[in-house]
Design a protein around this ligand. Structure first.
Ligand SMILES: O=C(O)C[C@@H](Cc1ccccc1)[C@H](O)SCc1ccccc1
Ligand SMILES: [Zn+2]
Length: 158
């Protein structure tokens, strides 16, 4: 298991960067970053983590949904690296839900998110995926996707 990395906290400008498109997924250093991100999410008990949260300005995040106190029927997922992700379509329906952030410890907020999203991303084996996510997994995706544009959940709390 790769070692986990230090998480960038709110206030560090690295968290507010516009992350860059990944153009060589098979690059050894990128694959090592993916392993380190997974290790960091697992070590932090997270359900997701984005590269800017370890000060790496790449359009890459991990989604690792699992049942938890606030979302007991969340699906149990293998931690999945999503590279150059895009939101292709979304529901008109918007749902408010509790969120936290590994970069904003100790604060929870009620955040509006699309209930359903259609996404496209490339996985670590360079395969392009197009999927529909709903509920908690859709929430995690939108939370992590925001990190790629320097947005944190507090910016969306109403
Ligand atoms: O900072 C992060 O990106 C990890 C976030 C992911 C998250 C996304 C959507 C809703 C809640 C959290 C969390 O801090 S991971 C910790 C956690 C786990 C389960 C439920 C809430 C928070
Ligand atoms: Zn976060």
């Amino acid at each position: 298991m790769a070692e986990s990395l230090q998480i960038t906290q709110l206030g560090n400008p690295a968290l507010r960067q516009q992350a860059q498109f990944v153009d060589n997924i098979q690059d050894k250093r990128l694959q090592q970053l993916i392993d380190a991100l997974i290790a960091t999410a697992v070590a932090s008990n997270g359900v997701g983590i984005a590269a800017p949260q370890v000060s790496q300005s790449f359009r890459l995040f991990i989604v690792a949904s699992r049942p938890n106190l606030r979302y007991p029927n969340a699906p149990q997922m293998e931690p999945t690296a999503m590279i150059n992700p895009q939101i292709i379509a979304h529901s008109t329906e918007i749902v408010k839900g509790w969120e936290g952030c590994l970069s904003v410890p100790g604060i929870r907020g009620l955040v509006p998110r699309y209930q359903t999203i259609e996404v496209e991303y490339t996985s670590r084996n360079s395969k392009v995926h197009r999927q529909v996510f709903t509920d908690f997994v859709a929430r995690i995706f939108q939370h992590e996707y925001d990190h790629l544009d320097g947005i944190v959940f507090l910016d969306r709390v109403e």
